[in-house]
Design a protein around this ligand. Structure first.
Ligand SMILES: [Cu+2]
Length: 134
């Protein structure tokens, strides 16, 4: 802690290790309307670590996205259906396309109960899955 350190000069320089990593980003872009369900998905070797994510209806989802692919860009987009994604409909929620390694979170209110489709828009055939709201 800073309080345990001594001032070595009049100008305090914050040690690097306590600086906020620039890669860590959170987007609290919605007002939660229900209990928060925290989910995590990992992108590694141009694959998601799971092809199914599940959230309770009425919950607010905090999805942690861990892109472990060095210098490979990914994002996460949730669509009403696979057909909606293929026909160019706008995603229900999406993140910016960014290269890894990167950990970020996106917060969104779960859509109505049903089965949805998610993918990485950069790798729309290799990185897909089903998002279930029940
Ligand atoms: Cu990708």
């Amino acid at each position: 802690m800073v309080s345990a350190r001594r001032w070595s000069s009049r100008i305090w320089t914050q040690p690097r290790s306590t600086q906020r990593p620039s890669a860590a980003r959170t987007r609290p872009d919605v007002t939660p309307t229900g209990p928060v369900t925290e989910l995590t998905i990992i992108a590694k070797n141009i694959k998601w670590n799971t092809d199914t994510l599940t959230a309770p209806a009425g919950s607010t989802v905090k999805l942690n996205i861990d892109n472990q692919d060095n210098a490979i860009p990914h994002n996460f987009s949730l669509y009403a259906s696979e057909q909606a994604a293929l026909s160019g409909e706008k995603p229900l929620t999406t993140t910016k396309i960014q290269s890894g390694p990167l950990q970020e979170s996106v917060v969104f209110n779960a859509p109505a109960a049903g089965t949805y489709f998610f993918r990485c828009d950069v790798h729309p055939t290799a990185m897909t899955g089903t998002f279930v709201v029940q």
